[in-house]
Ligand binder design. Sequence first.
Ligand code: ZN
Length: 258
Amino acid sequence: MIVKSQGLVLRIQPYSRTSQITVWLTPNHGRIATLAKGAYRPKYTSQGQCDLFYTCELLYYPRETPRLNILKECSVLDLRLEFRSDPGACACASYLCDLTARLCPPDSPHPELFDLLGATLNSLPTARFQVVLLFWFELRLLALMGLAPRLTTCPLCSEPVLSQSSPAHFSAVEGGLICADCAAGHTESRHTLTPDVLAVLQDWEAAPTPQQALRTVCSARQQNILRSALGEFLHYHLELMPPSRAIAFNLISGGSPK
Ligand SMILES: [Zn+2]
């Protein structure tokens, strides 16, 4: 049996002196890995057609054990060449692909994640504030995993969290904003979100597309607070903190547009 699928390249690594493993995100099979035998030989014809961030159409022979499918053909649908000349966008794309590769389970359908990653990558090179797309992607990814931070009711007492005029308390451990009463007796680490920072977070959480998310920009101060709060949230709930996150944020953070 041969399988035909679209795939977005998340990671490429050598397998031997002549063969290459590519990790893909596919709509209907989630994360898969393919082995391209002879990919590093001079006469191999498909090797140049597959690089990081490409979307391709694949033909592969599935293998159960090990889960290393044999690539038969690969034709490019979207090269995303803009990343080759934009180090900031490239660092962002690397982080998003790295995060996806670590989180997406193998061989299970994830069409929403495929669409989310593709749309975010397509928006990155021209985005005036690329950092917005990193935050937005993290929030959408958490939502897809059923782990979105709670921003309207307190996870401890279920009372509405009123924060239009006073700072709100964000707890990664408790899963979102906690009310002032619960915060008073709460000893876990928490972040104070002023109303303006919370408004930014709520705008992004409600934005269905990258274009919508990019309508809400945030200052360097707001970025620092959200980078720390969301970073701790990802670390606690997903049990990971890839180095690629710090690299991407350090390259593009700040208040000025690119
Ligand atoms: Zn409460």
